[in-house]
Ligand binder design. Structure first.
Ligand code: SF4
Length: 307
């Protein structure tokens, strides 16, 4: 909540958000996760400011035209902000409705999703849209939990098919289980002349796009130190004066939607400021590192160093 309030304070309206740079927004978004959302908010604000005279769209169809707004967000905005009868269907709603109806279709199939959306779109016609959507999401989050749902205190217990047929552990049915890919990043915390470090802005579409990172290697084999030496040589044309493995007892870990990321940190000590530095890297004072948008896994490392 404090991160959210800070963000809202910094960008109190569409124009403030539209006029900021992407780097400023990513920095302000720290702690809120899912950085793609920040980039999409920025793009949406720019479109609303420049093409729609700063007026936020008010229909479901127009909301869907904005970057980052799909059926779920459009339904949430349309119902919460404008009381339009559009049902929100998220993971919680899929679970609640599949159990109430005793659905035998997988909830991650096209047919299963369409059935549930149709059911919810019909049901919402009989209620205040904002209250309906909020209530069904809340029941999913607090009562109809994935494991051990609290059926005895649920308002649907008299009619819920899954409860009455003792199938709450079998429904919802899922076709595919999401498996999270594991990735290892080796970060080089390069300490130059005791005062500077190198940061690189992630430009490609890999994770952490737009954020600032230490130079890194990923998915290397076990001989990390050799890989660190090699990268240092590529960066500076010389061997490091000293290498210290900072996370040898326990890798830092960050869990993302589809990945589990592990990080190992090596401090690489370089005594002299290199004459030439590749343009992709930023030579930054270590005391200034806090001013750059960085992923949580780097923030955690810097916190351990009291930076
Ligand atoms: S009765 Fe149980 S399974 Fe059915 S909706 Fe309520 S909490 Fe979920």
């Amino acid at each position: 909540m404090p991160y959210y309030l800070h963000f809202i304070e910094e960008y109190p309206d569409i124009f403030a958000l539209a006029n900021a740079t992407e780097d400023q927004i990513l920095k302000s978004w720290e702690g809120l996760g899912y950085y793609t959302r920040a980039r999409n908010l920025h793009k949406a604000a720019q479109i609303i400011a420049s093409e729609l005279n700063g007026v936020f769209p008010v229909t479901y169809a127009d909301l869907l035209q904005l970057p980052g707004i799909g059926p779920y967000s459009a339904a949430a905005i349309a119902s919460f902000a404008y009381e339009l009868s559009v049902a929100v269907v998220d993971g919680n709603v899929l679970r609640v409705i599949s159990r109430i109806t005793g659905l035998k279709l997988p909830i991650d199939s096209k047919e299963g999703k369409a059935y549930i959306q149709n059911f919810a779109d019909n049901a919402i016609q009989f209620a205040l849209p904002s209250a309906f959507n909020q209530a069904i999401m809340d029941i999913g989050a607090t009562i109809c939990k994935p494991a051990a749902p609290l059926c005895k205190m649920c308002p649907f217990s008299d009619t819920c098919c899954a409860y009455l047929s003792h199938e709450t552990d079998k429904i919802p049915i899922k076709k595919n289980k999401i498996s999270k890919k594991e990735r290892l990043f080796i970060f080089l915390d390069i300490i130059i002349n005791k005062k500077y470090t190198l940061l690189v802005q992630q430009k490609n579409n890999d994770i952490w796009k737009g954020m600032f990172l230490f130079p890194f290697l990923h998915d290397v084999d076990n001989n990390y130190e050799k890989s660190v030496q090699k990268l240092t040589y590529e960066l500076f044309g010389k061997k490091p004066d000293l290498i210290i493995h900072k996370t040898s007892n326990k890798s830092l870990k960050q869990i993302l939607t589809h990945r589990i990321v592990y990080a190992e940190y090596f401090q690489v000590i370089i005594d002299d400021i290199p004459e030439k530095i590749n343009k992709t890297f930023h030579l930054v004072e270590r005391a200034e590192m806090q001013n750059f948008a960085m992923p949580k896994i780097m923030k955690d490392y810097l916190k351990n160093l009291n930076i």
